[in-house]
Design a protein around this ligand. Structure first.
Ligand SMILES: *Cc1c(COP(=O)(O)O)cnc(C)c1O
Length: 358
């Protein structure tokens, strides 16, 4: 089968050599040496002022919303993975959707102000497929209305915007290290911020609020990553440049071989160094998408409909209609993209798509 993605695994001996360190120390969690080493390596590699790595990529969203959402209305995008909306509802906040830009697929910054009310506390926007939102516009709106900005940057490992990590923007940015993501620890994630006070809040929140073994700063939860997860991250870390370069070759192939007469790919934000995390392709209609999906399935090629459905249509979100997002969600598919995807397979995928859309 040719799936939408295939987890990159480092050589098993290299993973085992890290796991052995946990074994030798009989130390499996609570910020052991592997976790501290991984956090330090990521901090340097990404060039960020603060990072806390976590057990998945959803709980940093929950922590940020707990701290800054305060049960209010959260302005958010309907075009993202369900975790973005679910975290808002889970934290007893109310998602208020703002439609997306049809080219960049990120929240339409020109429509944000109209959605702000006296109950709005924060903006939670997704840099979808690793493509940054209009960061300057969002920052200006947030400043004017005294709102917090949280970025779901789950797809953004290695992305830079204006020559710095995209994780540096917003009050808090989050990332996912899930096995389907670019950099992974099986399950895992991270949260990023710029100032010491926010870092202290994020950090204690991720470890039950502990201030030493006997005292507490405040409310917290268990968002700690384990040493076994960190071992995977450390083993994978040396391969990241290779992974991104190989993925670029695949996206270059699609860009140069697909017939874009009746197809569209995503427009990457200006001043962005992208990470080739996904290859979203937009068809003219859902009918064409379904036809292509069926033809690919006959060859055992299984792309994924990231992201469907538009999150404003999910029962528990009570969203207003979002025509752009609903249209995009009905017509977008992410094509297979992973290290080791062969040229023969790529030619097959492109031939099927071009034949049915030209
Ligand atoms: C993967 C993903 C998440 C959740 O990350 P997990 O590590 O699976 O909890 C959140 N938001 C987006 C946009 C994602 O794609």
């Amino acid at each position: 089968m040719i799936p939408v993605t295939k987890t990159f695994l480092p050589p098993q001996e290299e993973y085992n050599s890290y796991v052995k360190r946990a074994w030798d120390k009989v130390w499996l969690t609570n910020r052991g040496e592997l976790t501290l080493e991984l956090e330090d390596k990521l901090k340097k590699y990404l060039d960020v002022p603060h990072i806390t790595i976590t057990n998945n990529g959803t709980i940093p969203l929950q922590i940020a919303l707990k701290l800054f959402g305060k049960g209010g209305e959260i302005i958010t995008t309907p075009f993202s993975y369900v975790a973005t909306s679910a975290a808002i509802v889970w934290e007893n906040c109310t998602p208020v959707f703002v439609d997306i830009n049809p080219e960049y697929l990120t929240i339409d910054e020109t429509k944000i102000e109209a959605a702000i009310t006296s109950k709005t506390t924060a903006i939670l926007a997704t840099h979808v497929f690793g493509n940054p939102c209009h960061i300057e516009a969002i920052e200006a709106i947030a400043k004017k209305h005294n709102l917090k900005v949280i970025y779901d940057a789950a797809h953004c490992f290695g992305v830079t915007y204006n020559k710095q990590s995209v994780f540096n923007f917003g009050d808090v940015s989050t990332c996912s290290f899930h096995a389907t993501k670019l950099f992974h620890t099986g399950e895992g994630g991270a949260m990023f911020c710029n100032d010491d006070a926010t870092q202290q809040q994020l950090f204690y929140s991720h470890n039950f609020g502990h201030n030493g073994p006997l005292a507490f700063h405040g409310l917290g939860i268990n968002a700690k990553i384990s040493e076994l997860q960190s071992a995977m991250g450390l083993a994978l870390f040396p391969y990241m440049e290779h992974i991104i370069a190989e993925r670029k070759k695949v996206t270059d192939f699609y860009n140069s071989h697909l017939n874009f007469e009746n197809l569209k790919s995503i427009k990457i934000r200006e001043n962005t160094e992208w990470n080739h995390s996904y290859y979203p392709l937009l068809f003219e209609s859902e009918a064409v998408l379904l036809k292509v999906q069926e033809a690919l399935a006959e060859e055992n090629i299984i792309p994924r409909r990231y992201f469907y459905p538009s999150l404003n249509t999910i029962t528990y979100t009570n969203g207003a209609e979002m025509p752009v997002s609903e249209s995009i969600a009905s017509r977008v598919v992410c094509l297979p993209l992973y290290v080791g995807l062969s040229t023969i397979d790529l030619e097959k995928i492109v031939a099927i798509i071009n034949k049915l859309t030209s």
